[in-house]
Ligand binder design. Structure first.
Ligand code: SF4
Length: 82
């Protein structure tokens, strides 16, 4: 799971914006202004019946500041991104 969902910067971060794009999720912001330091992205590739699924997760980041439940507060009632 992406650490970003519990990060203070999730709604302004350029890297999380790119992760949303890859997952075809709606963006929390259309104009991310925060540039994180050294985010580490884990990409999982799965072969399905007739397509390839890619999952991007930020697994480490120098800029991470814990804000538990930040994403959930911004999107109340919506399923948490995997
Ligand atoms: S953990 Fe890093 S990449 Fe993820 S939202 Fe926070 S600052 Fe951005």
């Amino acid at each position: 799971m992406c650490i970003c969902i519990n990060c203070r910067y999730v709604d302004s971060c350029q890297t999380y914006h790119a992760v949303e794009e890859q997952h075809q999720q709606p963006h929390l912001t259309d104009q991310p202004t925060f540039e994180p330091k050294e985010p580490t992205i884990n990409v999982n590739v799965r072969t399905k019946m007739n397509y390839i699924e890619m999952e991007w997760d930020v697994v480490g980041c120098e800029s991470f500041v814990k804000d538990a439940g930040k994403w959930m507060r911004l999107r109340p009632g919506e399923p948490i991104p995997a």
